[in-house]
Every structure is written in C-alpha cells, then in structure tokens.
Design a protein around this ligand. Structure first.
Ligand code: ARG
Length: 458
C-alpha cells in the first residue's frame, strides 16, 4: 500500500524510487515515536487552549494519537518508507483513523520544530538514565574503595613504580572523574531542556500560539528565544556527545588499567569469569573482553562527535536536511555509553583484588625513596641535597641487588650521618601511605573519609 505524500500538492511527478529510500529517515527515527506523539498531544492541547482547534477536535486527535502509540508498542503499526519519517507516518495514520480532523494537527507547526522538539525530549530522558547509571558505577567503586582503603599497591608515573598508594585511593580517582562527568551532564541538561516548538518552519507562525503553555505541558524549563536558532542548531546534541566522549575516554583509561592489571605480568586483579571470554585455540586464555571492548567503543563515540561537528559546520540558517543525519550518531552514542556504563557497574563488584601481589609489587622499585628524602629534610637537610643522598643510596641498592629497608643502619649512615634507627618507620609501605594524611592524600583514613564524602554527594 502506498499513500499520498503529505507534501505532494506542488509536485507533478512521483519521487524516484531510490530517492525515496535515500531521503527516508523512518527506519531510524521511528525510535522517537513516543516523543513525537507526546509533542503532538501537547501541541494539539495548546491549539485547543488558544481556540485554534475545538475541544472536540482536540480530543479526537489525542485519542487517535494514543491509539497509534499503542499500535506501535504492540508492533502492529505499518511503517512506510514512502512516508519518509516518523512524523508523516504517524500523521497519515491519524488521518486514516479520524479523518479530516487529523489533518488539523499540523496547524502552526512544521516538521522542523517538531523534530528538534522530539530529539530534545528523547535526549532529556536519556541524560537522566545515563546520570543514574553513572551513580550506580560510582557507588560500586566507592564500596570497593572502602574495602580496599588499606590495600597497598604501587602508584605509577610514566608507568614506572613511583610511590606506594592505597588501592582505595586509586579507585576514588575514577570516582572523581565520573562525578565531574555527572555534573557536566546536569549542566548540559539545562540547555537540552529548552523547547523549540512554536518556531514552525523557521520564522514562527501566524496563529495565536501559547508557547509557555506547551512548554509547561511538556516539562520544558525554557522556550527557545529565536525561531531560526530553534529549528537549526544541534549544539545541544554536540554538547552531549562531547560529554559522552569524555566519559568514554575516562572508561577507556580505566579499561586500560584493568587490562594491564589482569595480565600475568601485573596480576593485581582477576575479572570474574562472567565478564571474560576464552580463546578458540589457546585453552589457557581468559581474555578481558569487556574493558577491551569499552576501550574500543570509545573510538566510535569520538567518531560521532566529529560527525556531528562536521554536520553542523557549514550549514546556513535555518533548517537544512543535513540535520537528518544527526540521529544515527546521537542514538549510537547513547546506546554505546549506556551499554558501557551498565557493563562496568555490573562488573566492578565482582572484581577479585589480589592484595598480596599488589603489596609485593609496591615493595619493588624503591617506592619509599621519596619518604627517605623527606625524612632527611625533617632532619635539617635541604631537599635537593637529600634527593642526591637518596639517589646514591638507591644506586648502591641497585648495584647490590637489595632494597632500601634491607640496609642496616651502619650502611645507611654512610650516605648521611643524619640517618638514625627511626628511619625504618618511613621506609615501610604502611609508613609511607599513612604519612600522606591530608585531604586528597592516599592515607587509609583519608580514603575512608573521601569515600564517605562521595557516598553523601551521590
Ligand atoms: N526527518 C527530518 C529530520 O530528521 C525531519 C524534518 C524534515 N523537515 C523538512 N523540511 N524536510 O530532520
């Protein structure tokens, strides 16, 4: 069954069949149907409120749209590519159902302000869901951090052992990043939740519309103040995708660590079997697929950001068909981000922490050398001199294949007469981490208070 095109009046020849397929968006924008119907119901209600539609007409439209929503949800709705997009499919069906009154729905409206409204309603909901997912992941990390507040591991710079830290502290670094991501989303939500409806095609409409009324019905915080801007810009989608890119970048860094830590060489953690897969040829393999995939999917989201920026960059005001290309990258960004956050939040609680291995690794690489230098400073030695002294001691240990805390006092005193037997306290891993006892430091009690602070914030 083919149906007449709602815009067919000025045309004399039919659309080329490939052009019909090429220009159609219904295969992907049908995903917006709930928002499209919600927006149409609000628009019709407003038209009745200002007297452009009668109450009876409005009621017929609303009932018809509600029935269509049910048909779509039940899977009985017949989507037609020849009707191009979600809007014209629904509107045509409405007219089929309720007759000529259905044709009144589009009074004072254009698909241009309609689609801009649909995407914003969609994204507003998705941002709320993603924020909740971030909270779920942060909560899992905070819980783990509390359990691992006393677990010592090597902290790295340049991926070389640097100083001992607590694993809880390391985990809370991820929480801080994700908390900022959540704030970024909340901020973006303010701009997403602005209503374009009423801008019509580009210049506004000659009907006595009440945009505040429609905005209230749809739960928008604000209405777009310029009709040209309202129908054309997609900066809100770009902003969201840039935040999604930042979140994926954070998850990708995290993934990189999980991949490294679960290797035989680090052996700091074990990912649960439920989140790994094996090899079809090497029987011994257990691969960290989840972190690897999340790391890989980051590229796709960056790609969508580039796509949307490029899509927008050369468009003259106001609406251009180019904007139809905003949906697939946006939808895939949302899906990829939600999938990644979900799988991470599911995976983290089942992480097995190999505390002994972490601790043993922290002992290697002279990680308490800075503590020895600080010790000498407290004894009155200038920091640069103490740095030099400790460097010499480390060199001695490398040459003699031993650790700083295994040197006896006599040997240590050959490097500096300021060293006494109280030095061994600062050379221990526990002494080193507990000494960093200030806000933002790695000491176990700081980790507990930071975890509690975060738990209260979320
Ligand atoms: N499918 C279109 C889009 O996604 C809807 C708006 C079309 N407007 C138009 N004048 N062709 O942007």
């Amino acid at each position: 069954m083919d149906l007449e095109k709602p815009w067919g009046g000025r045309f004399t020849a039919p659309t080329n069949s490939f052009v019909e397929a090429f220009t159609a968006s219904v295969n992907f924008d049908q995903r917006l149907y709930e928002y499209d119907i919600k927006g149409s119901i609000a628009h019709a209600t407003m038209l009745a409120h200002v007297g452009v539609l009668t109450d009876i007409e409005c009621q017929k439209i609303v009932d018809g749209l509600n029935e269509i929503e049910q048909e779509i949800a039940d899977g009985t709705f017949n989507w037609l590519e020849s009707l191009e997009d979600v809007h014209m499919n629904i509107e045509t069906r409405l007219t089929q159902k309720i007759g000529v009154i259905g044709k009144k729905l589009h009074t004072g409206r254009s698909r241009n302000d309609q689609i801009a409204t649909d995407i914003r309603l969609y994204l507003r909901d998705e941002i709320d869901i993603i924020s909740q997912q971030l909270i779920r992941l942060i909560t899992a990390l905070v819980e783990l951090a509390k359990c691992e507040a006393n677990t010592i591991m090597p902290g790295f710079t340049h991926l070389q052992s640097a100083q001992p830290i607590t694993f809880g502290h390391h985990l809370l670094a991820w929480c801080e990043m994700l908390m900022r991501d959540k704030q970024r989303l909340q901020d973006c939500q303010k701009r997403v939740n602005t209503m374009p409806l009423g801008a019509a095609a580009l210049a506004g409409t000659s009907y006595p519309i009440d945009r505040d009324y429609t905005a209230k019905l749809l739960g928008f915080d604000a209405i777009a103040q310029n009709s040209l801007d309202a129908v054309s810009d997609r900066d809100f989608a770009i902003e969201f995708t840039s935040i999604a890119s930042i979140i994926m970048m954070h998850l990708s860094r995290f993934s990189e660590e999980l991949v490294l830590w679960s290797s035989a060489q680090f052996n700091f953690i074990e990912l649960s079997d439920a989140f790994c897969t094996g090899s079809s040829i090497m029987p011994q393999k257990k691969n960290p697929d989840i972190p690897e995939l999340v790391r890989g999917k980051t590229g796709r989201v960056y790609g969508h950001l580039t796509c949307l920026l490029t899509l927008m960059k050369s468009q003259p005001l106001a609406y251009n068909k180019d904007n139809q290309e905003d949906k697939e990258p946006l939808f895939d960004t949302v899906d990829t981000l939600k999938g990644s956050l979900r799988v991470y939040a599911d995976m983290i609680p089942s992480l097995e922490v190999k505390r002994d291995n972490m601790r043993n690794a922290a002992k290697l690489g002279f990680t308490t050398a800075t503590d020895l230098a600080d010790y000498l400073v407290r004894k009155g030695v200038a920091f640069r001199d103490s740095h030099e002294i400790v460097g010499t001691a480390v060199r001695y240990c490398i040459d003699n294949n031993c650790e700083l805390d295994s040197l006896n006092l006599e040997t240590l005193q050959t490097f500096s007469p300021h060293i006494n037997d109280d030095v061994y306290e600062v050379l221990t891993l526990e002494g080193s981490v507990s000494a960093r006892n200030h806000i933002g430091g790695t000491a176990p009690n700081q980790v507990i208070s930071a975890a509690n602070r975060l738990a209260k914030l979320i």
